[in-house]
Design a protein around this ligand. Structure first.
Ligand code: HEM
Length: 490
């Protein structure tokens, strides 16, 4: 009898153990199923390579398209060496940005910190970020309010467009970079394009930018190692300029960003140099890419180009008596009018074109954040410590937010200068402080471009998201001066 019972009892115990394991798996291990769906990819590299695969910047790319259709707009993955929640949901993106320092925090990959420096605005968090950011905002708004500021933008835009007079072709990205770099070094450090220091900073800056998007290997000779060194050289060049300014022997009080910065005694020299680098870094590449995407999309949208041109013509013709011809006979645009229109007026065509270029061109595809605590959003668990990537491209191209989302259509912006359905400049306490500056620079340049030239892209060269946006061939344009151009001597 006992002999018969023993196997039965053993079978029962085994059954119970199995049931326990099953129940434990179903209920206790239920928690991870609250995580958004997704896959963690390969060990170590996860799905990073797929996520970074280049695609047209006015498209989501196959990785996001595929993941969103399989897992939904919020999904889990393993990117940049960490478990990650990717958000292609505009509402969640805004929630993340608005809850900076409360539920989420800026968190760029560690190797980038090595290049950007420990006091870079994209690296610092908490009170240090608040303090440094307020300096940057103050600098930008003080300089923006000066009349010379718009005058410099105007002058440089004219000189670049003017330098194309005898040319049939230009590589637009090179010209745009020349424009934005020369402007930002002029505004920050009062350096002119032809000064040797400008070329020195530019050479170091190009090395710096290459390293920023390279494999982070600190081995002598790699782009990463070269970038770290280039950053150190730019810092020491800026440090020397600061020393000279203090000595007062190289022109005191130039009224530029640096003067405003130097008048502040509560910030260390390291902090001052870091802010200068932040503004150089932020103001150079992004703005030139915005200009290039606007030119690219306008080139494919003759109707939008005609409207922009008509608008520029009417601005130029409505001149006030105080409006002067400059030395070259070129009519300088009435600055007050363009500023008022480009920045404040709701119906200025340049702003609608620029906003649409930002939506379609997606200069910044996504930003890096991490969750500071467990967060619940729309029934999803975002675990504390996980990386969180709000993808702006996805919401910019979301058909539920934008009708015919893949179409470049500046008229969708008629009557509005901003929209809560796009976030090209981020948001919350880290909203880009240079947003208006970038728009004004682009508006001025487009103004002179459309008034003076007809152009077409030499072969197709669309903006590609690497994820930083790049034109493979630099956007070569065939240009032809317009007979009726307002720039010619009348
Ligand atoms: C088309 C042009 C531009 C685009 C699309 C752009 C985009 C952005 C975005 C998305 C961020 C937020 C990053 C984050 O939240 O992690 C940002 C931050 C920043 N941008 Fe821009 N930007 C542009 C032009 C500029 C210009 C012209 C400047 C300066 C002159 C600038 C300076 C900065 C700085 C200093 C930050 C850091 C802000 C902070 O962390 O508090 N940007 N930008």
């Amino acid at each position: 009898m006992v002999g018969l019972l023993l196997p039965l009892v053993l079978a029962l115990l085994l059954g119970l153990a199995l049931a326990f394991v099953l129940l434990h798996f179903l209920f206790v291990k239920q928690e991870p199923t609250k995580l958004p769906h997704g896959s963690m990819g390969w060990p170590l590299c996860g799905e990073t390579l797929g996520f970074l695969k280049p695609h047209k910047s006015n498209s989501m790319g196959s990785f996001l398209q595929d993941h969103c259709s399989r897992h939904g707009k919020i999904f889990k993955s393993h990117l940049f060496g960490s478990p990650t929640i990717v958000s292609c949901d505009h509402e969640f993106n805004m929630f993340i940005l608005q809850n900076e320092e409360k539920l989420f925090q800026c968190s760029y990959p560690k190797p980038i910190h090595g290049i950007l420096g420990r006091l870079c605005l994209l690296v610092v968090v908490g009170d240090i970020h608040k303090r440094l950011r307020s300096f940057a905002l103050n600098l930008i708004s003080t300089c923006k309010s000066k009349p010379e500021f718009l005058h410099d933008i105007d002058k440089l835009a004219i000189s670049i467009v003017e330098s194309w007079k005898e040319r049939k072709e230009v590589v637009f990205c090179e010209e745009a970079k020349k424009f934005t770099f020369n402007l930002i070094v002029k505004q920050i450090l009062s350096l002119e394009p032809e000064e040797p220091l400008t070329s020195k900073i530019l050479a170091d800056f190009l090395t710096f930018m290459k390293g920023l998007v390279s494999l982070p290997l600190y081995i002598p000779g790699t782009p990463y190692a070269k970038a770290v060194k280039a950053r150190a050289r730019i810092s020491s060049t800026v440090g020397e300029i600061i020393k000279d300014r203090r000595k007062g022997d190289v022109g005191i009080a130039k009224g530029d960003f640096l003067d405003v910065l130097l008048s502040n005694t509560s910030l260390s020299d390291e902090g001052k140099v870091s802010i200068v680098l932040d503004l150089l870094l932020g103001g150079y590449e992004t703005t030139s890419i915005l200009m290039a995407t606007a030119v690219y999309f306008l080139g494919h949208s003759p109707h939008a180009l005609e409207k922009l041109k008509a608008n520029s013509l009417s601005l130029s013709l409505r001149r006030t008596p105080s409006h002067k011809e400059n030395e070259g006979g070129r009519r300088t645009l009435e600055l007050g009018r363009l500023q008022a229109n480009a920045v404040h007026s709701q119906c200025n065509k340049a702003v609608t074109v620029i906003n649409e270029a930002l939506r379609c061109g997606n200069v910044v595809k996504f930003v890096h954040r991490k969750a500071l605590k467990d967060v619940n959003f729309k029934g999803y668990l975002i675990p504390s410590g996980w990386k969180v990537l709000p993808v702006f491209t996805a919401s910019h191209l979301d058909p539920s937010l934008h009708e015919n989302a893949s179409e470049f259509n500046p008229w969708r912006w008629a009557g509005q200068t901003t929209s809560k359905d796009v976030s090209p400049f981020g948001g919350g306490v880290r909203l880009c402080p240079g947003a208006e500056l970038a728009k004004v620079e682009t508006a001025f340049f487009l103004h002179y471009l459309v008034l003076n030239y007809r152009w077409k892209t030499k072969g197709e060269d669309c903006p590609l998201a690497h994820p930083y946006v790049e034109f493979e061939r630099g956007l070569p344009l065939e240009i032809e001066p317009l007979e009726t151009s307002l720039g010619r001597k009348s």
